[in-house]
Design a binder for this molecule. Sequence first.
Ligand code: 3AM
Length: 179
Amino acid sequence: MLRLFVALDFPDDIRRRLAGLGGGVPGARWTEEENLHLTLRFIGEVPDDMAGDIDAALAGVTAPAFDLTLDGVGVFGAGRASRVLWAGVERSEPLIHLQSKIESALVRAGLAPEERKFTPHVTLARLKDAPQDRIGRFIAERGLFRAGPFPIDQFTLYRSHLGRTGPVYEAVAEYRLDG
Ligand code: 3AM
């Protein structure tokens, strides 16, 4: 089986700035700098022999390249159930368009439709029993974070290897957007 997802990756300087947001929250497991990305579609475990169909479906996606801006930080979950610290994404029609093209291509390739609404974000950290006041302080102090606009001219199919020291993401294929 292969564990796959589709994501946008960022220019090195943007990734560095995102990684620089980390720290100061006990119970937070920060995303490694090289792993920072924006998930467009989590595919999950598929049999090895589906990879060819998935690749062909993604290769058939046509959508324009665009500029993206990251904006603000926040938390998914509330209180003791706080799960993820994220960096936000400025509203972007081309991003939504690209995501929905990828979604329909994958469904045509035989994957079950994604039921959850697309909530664009960059996971900065996963939280376990993080104190509320420190989460609140993180959001207050980093709330003005903004990066970009920077160009998005491709998207990537990743394979996720789950390891004891955290996931390793391997880029399997890259797909150009129309310039
Ligand atoms: O971009 P983020 O970090 O939010 O959380 C996982 C990560 O998203 C998500 O897929 C991305 C690459 O691993 N993910 C992992 N398991 C998942 C699942 N069972 C999942 N998303 C939905 N369902």
